[in-house]
Design a protein around this ligand. Structure first.
Ligand SMILES: [Zn+2]
Length: 337
């Protein structure tokens, strides 16, 4: 049984591969943060390692060990949760020695199962040196080796790495699917599940992490509040806010991208309000502000600013002058009429 929620097309593809034994040597699971890439990769690793007839069975020792991160033939490489969340380290990368360890282990026969599975979490963080090293394994993979790369942005991967992987795109889940899973599998109360599903934008993992850590929701609300306040701010206040973001960017690129993702989500909601679909907005706690801000802006202003946020995120991923890009963004945020 595949336990990952949703992603039926991807599950179908990987399930057929595991059952038929026609498995590619490298997969790239690409999708937004916390959309379900790791649960899917673990299910696939289970299907490749399981002892039972109907794989993955979720009950045999192999399935249990994969889930617990203790299967000798399934290795996960990436930054620890601690490394990911800690600020103060500029562009933390997956190091070459972590990839060399894969090469070393890949050369050995599997201990128990038919395959050796390597899951590389956050493949966009491979240093160039590490990418080139990984490429050697991708070019001449030992027959029993399966690589599963996970990424939030496949555009940051080397083309030579990309071209050797079978790409599987994971999109946000329908909100009803998130809501139903929260209620049925995690016993979340219906109204709360509905609220979390809408806030999550279809990322079940995000909804689950917020449920365990209420601070994340408060943090989100505080960030949105400061962005809403910027709408009425002076030029100097906007420049100061851009400067703060640029400083944060120096500590953690991911943190800034998260802020911009929030900003983008909020402006997308304005678009929905403008189009008369207020019931579909993600930022349900901001209905009054959304209505007011939407009333004072034209459709053209809103779409142009959403485009600018997207362009800014692309530019920031390309090592531009971050301060300048953020200043342009915040100064161009359309004030009311
Ligand atoms: Zn099993």
């Amino acid at each position: 049984m595949w336990t990952v929620v949703g992603h039926t097309k991807a599950v179908g593809l990987l399930d057929r591969a595991a059952k038929s034994g026609r498995v590619s040597h490298a997969y790239l699971l690409a999708g937004p943060p916390q959309v379900g890439k790791m649960p899917l990769a673990l299910n696939f690793a289970q299907a490749l390692s399981c002892y039972a007839e109907d794989r993955p069975c979720q009950t045999c020792p192999a399935c249990a060990r994969v889930l617990a991160g203790k299967h000798p033939d399934v290795q996960i490489i990436g930054l620890t949760a601690d490394e990911k969340s800690r600020e103060g380290r500029l562009h933390k990368e997956i190091r070459i020695d972590q990839i060399r360890a894969i090469q070393h282990m890949a050369a050995l026969r599997p201990y128990e199962g038919r395959y050796k599975v390597f899951i590389v979490d956050g493949a966009e963080r491979l240093s160039e040196e590490a990418s080139n090293s990984l490429l050697k394994t991708l070019e001449e993979p030992p027959p029993h080796v399966i690589l599963i790369l996970l990424t939030v942005n496949d555009k940051l991967l080397l083309q030579t790495v990309l071209s050797r992987c079978l790409k599987v795109d994971l999109r946000p889940l329908p909100l009803a699917t998130v809501e139903q899973a929260l209620v049925e599998r995690w016993q979340v109360e219906r109204d709360e599940a509905k609220r979390l599903a809408r806030l999550s934008g279809g990322r079940l993992g995000w909804a689950l992490s917020v449920r365990l850590n209420g601070e994340l929701l408060q943090q989100r609300a505080a960030r949105i509040r400061s962005m809403v306040e910027l709408l009425e701010a002076t030029r100097n206040e906007r420049l100061a806010a851009a400067s703060d973001l640029a400083t944060l960017y120096g500590r953690s690129r991911d943190a800034v991208d998260e802020v911009l993702a929030l900003l983008s989500g909020w402006w997308r909601d304005l678009l929905l309000v403008k189009g008369g679909c207020s019931d579909r907005t993600a930022n349900i706690d901001w209905a009054d502000e959304l209505a007011e801000v939407a009333r004072q802006r034209t459709l053209e202003q809103i779409t142009a600013f959403i485009d600018l946020i997207r362009e800014t995120r692309v530019r920031l991923s390309q090592n531009v002058n971050a301060r300048l890009a953020l200043e342009v963004l915040l100064l161009d945020m359309p004030a009311g009429v």
